[in-house]
Design a protein around this ligand. Structure first.
Ligand code: ATP
Length: 249
């Protein structure tokens, strides 16, 4: 499914939080929304998810204007939001319809893909942070959504688990090819996962640039093209040492 965000703007209590943001995701593309804290990344994602409709501009998914939440979208938040009274298997089955046996079969298949086949009977409190987030990813993907929205999905995890789960997301993307929008303030994560990075800046948040990440996935972290892009993004966000000195001066 394609996603079009046109001239998106949002104010809260008369204060503009984001203005005039436009970008597009082609079917199967992974788009990163990258920017410093408070520039409006989550606000835009909530609009795309149909969780907030009180904005200016237009958001279309496959040409159809978004005017509320849709079952065709999967959403993964920073925290797993699992139901504590349900097992891993039942958490994954939760959004499914149809005969129980079929639900279970589908859930087990995806739990295998995320490496949790031996933990299906565990309850959320028995899981590590990474395992809980894998369960949330399985739950979002079990309905095979054609669009997946991720809001800083790995920011609460340790560095190793984060790398593992980024790899897993790429594997899942190769398998199901959903269109994805991932909100992050981790430049390396955006460079690992995304085909295109929408750079936001300022308060109110504005579109600074929209850059294509050309190396094929999976990418080598040492790829010089990625290093060049990282430098450019850091400069764009005034995050290099020289830029920070200029800001302080
Ligand atoms: N419900 C709300 N009521 C009032 N202000 C809000 C609300 N939601 C967001 N804002 C404001 O809108 C701006 C953008 O917030 P948003 O959470 O979208 O930023 P973000 O880029 O996702 O930040 P972070 O990276 O810190 O999560 C912020 O100034 C925030 O205070």
């Amino acid at each position: 499914m394609s996603i079009q965000v046109e001239r998106f703007g949002r104010s809260f209590d008369g204060v503009t939080a984001v203005e005039d943001i436009s970008f597009q995701a082609e079917p199967g593309e992974i788009i990163g929304l990258l920017g410093t804290s408070g520039c409006g990344k989550s606000t835009i994602l909530r609009g795309v998810a149909g969780l907030d409709t009180d904005y200016e501009g237009t958001i279309r998914i496959s040409g159809k204007e978004v005017n509320g939440p849709s079952g065709e979208l999967g959403i993964i938040f920073q925290e797993p939001r699992l139901m504590p009274w349900l097992t891993v298997l039942d958490n994954v089955c939760f959004g499914l319809e149809g005969p129980k046996e079929e639900q279970k079969e589908k859930a087990l298949e995806i739990l295998k893909v995320v490496g949790l086949e031996d933990f299906t009977g565990h309850y959320p409190k028995q899981l590590s942070g990474g395992m809980a987030q894998r369960t949330a990813i399985a739950r979002a993907l079990v309905t095979e959504p054609s669009t997946l929205l991720l809001d800083e999905p790995f920011s609460a995890l340790d560095a190793f688990t984060k790398l593992q789960l980024q790899d897993m997301v790429l594997e899942l993307w190769e398998r199901y090819s959903p269109t994805m929008i991932i909100v992050t303030h981790d430049i390396d994560e955006a460079l690992t996962l995304c085909d295109r990075i929408v750079i936001l800046k300022g308060q109110p948040g504005e579109l600074h640039d929209n850059v294509k990440v050309t190396p094929a996935k999976p990418r080598r972290k040492s790829d010089p093209k990625l290093a060049e892009l990282k430098e450019y993004i850091l400069e764009s966000l005034d995050m290099t040492r020289n830029a920070q000195k200029e800001v302080r001066a």
